[in-house]
Design a protein around this ligand. Structure first.
Ligand SMILES: NC(=O)C1=CN([C@@H]2O[C@H](COP(=O)(O)OP(=O)(O)OC[C@H]3O[C@@H](n4cnc5c(N)ncnc54)[C@H](OP(=O)(O)O)[C@@H]3O)[C@@H](O)[C@H]2O)C=CC1
Ligand SMILES: [Fe+3]
Length: 396
């Protein structure tokens, strides 16, 4: 596993002494790319770095040739597609039809569709981009791949979270060829089945922060409810009953009372589904039965709910640290001091305040210590994942 992660973006033997990409070895498999945009450039660079010979087909090769590594051949579309067996189509869907003049030259070849629709396009077209491409080129085999990988990731190289490349096609052999290329480039192919899955694969990059929507709405809902309750209890009730104006409490005090309530409820919602699941299993007498959908979803969202709970608790700690900075707090202290002087007491000591600050400080120091310890112990693995050879001494 680590071998693949360690794979440098550009292998040493392909770099010239001046740092540019050298000519690919003569026996290197040839790959074609249609289009000369951002994605085509990153893809070409990575393919050359992985030992492939690359030919790019452009409508205007003279204008675009300078943007590619010297070892990449940039030529007209007709010439570029004539010899390679695998051709990447790095062109937007609306321009697919302009490639139809190449259909005779492309017959029998593998076309890799890397395109991503926008949200509107995805909703507008019932048919995926890859299926549309396949309908335009019935004599070719279309493989959907690489759409989840950004041009930037292609250049920077794969990292843990974004190494997977979902692949789908109706032809097993073509899928195998592209999967091998994906591996050679340091990524990990994931078989998504036939080309009908392309719509699902194309929807993947559209999902922003999957799994966070419901937990975030839940946390917001809880916050609003608890805030309303605390507002009525701490501000509205004293105003109505005693005529006291405590509206200054709204931005800090009421928020700070609300945050731990939300954190506690969210934390309990992390553990509750586990208890419910266990109860169901005991009741059924088996663990080989699917949970109801609502419980399944709840179980899957525990991590996000837990992190939001931690976020609220951390905010509460921060707000609590800031409480003594408020002007209202200073007035309270002065009032208290004056009362003490008037009552002829010489010693000003607010037990609760003293304890509160002592505990917060001690918790703060503990948290800081734990964080530094975590940072020191995880430094080798961070250095490893970033491929910083200079940090290797830390591992000894
Ligand atoms: N950029 C990214 O990070 C990612 C992009 N993709 C996909 O890759 C594809 C290309 O994206 P990207 O490189 O960013 O886009 P660009 O706009 O940078 O490039 C598109 C290229 O299409 C070519 N092209 C061919 N025919 C036409 C035509 N009729 N009109 C206009 N252009 C044409 C052009 O090359 P020429 O002028 O040389 O013919 C142009 O450079 C898209 O389908 C996109 O969804 C997928 C994942 C990530
Ligand atoms: Fe507290």
């Amino acid at each position: 596993m680590s071998g693949e992660m360690d794979k440098p973006l550009i292998s040493r033997c392909l770099i010239d002494s001046d740092g540019s990409l050298a000519e690919a070895p003569s026996g290197a498999p040839k790959v074609g790319i249609l289009g000369s945009g951002d994605f085509a450039r990153s893809l070409a660079t990575r393919l050359v770095g992985s030992g492939f010979s690359v030919v790019v087909g452009s409508r205007n090769p003279k204008r675009t040739a300078g943007l590619f590594p010297a070892s990449v051949q940039v030529t007209f579309q007709e010439e570029a597609v004539s010899s390679p067996e695998v051709i990447f189509v790095a062109v937007f869907r609306e321009h697919y039809s302009t490639l139809c003049s190449l259909s005779d030259l492309l017959a029998g070849k593998i076309l890799v569709d890397v395109s991503n629709p926008t949200e509107q396009e995805h909703l507008r077209h019932r048919e995926s981009n890859a299926e549309f491409l396949a309908s335009l080129f019935p004599t070719c085999t279309v493989v959907k791949a690489f759409n989840v990988i950004s041009a930037w990731t292609l250049q920077a190289g794969p990292r843990d979270g974004n190494r997977q490349v979902p692949i789908c096609s109706d032809q097993q052999e073509a899928k195998h060829v592209v999967s091998e290329m994906v591996r050679a480039m340091g990524f990990m192919p994931v078989d998504m089945g036939s080309l009908t899955s392309a719509r699902e694969v194309e929807a993947m990059p559209l999902r922003l922060l999957p799994g966070w929507k419901v937990p975030t709405l839940l946390a917001l809902g809880l916050f609003v409810c608890f805030y309303a309750y605390n507002f009525i209890r701490d501000v509205l009730q004293p105003y109505v009953q005693e005529g006291k104006n405590k509206f200054y409490k709204l931005p800090v005090s009421v928020v700070n009372t609300t945050l731990p309530c939300v954190a506690y409820v969210l934390l309990s919602l992390v553990y509750l589904p586990g208890v419910l699941a266990a109860t169901l299993q005991l009741q059924w007498g088996t663990k080989y039965r699917r949970f109801p959908d609502w419980l399944d979803h709840w179980l899957q969202h525990r991590k996000q709910i837990g992190l939001l709970s931690f976020f609220c608790a951390a905010l509460h700690a921060l707000y609590s640290f800031c409480l003594p900075l408020r002007r209202s707090h200073r007035y309270e202290l002065i009032n208290m001091a004056v009362k003490q002087v008037l009552a002829n007491k010489s010693h000003l000591w607010v037990e609760e305040e003293v304890w509160r600050m002592e505990i917060y400080l001690s918790l703060g120091v503990l948290a800081l210590g734990t964080l530094s310890l975590l940072a020191v112990t995880s430094l080798p693995s961070i250095a490893n994942s970033l491929n910083w050879r200079e940090f290797s001494f830390v591992q000894k």
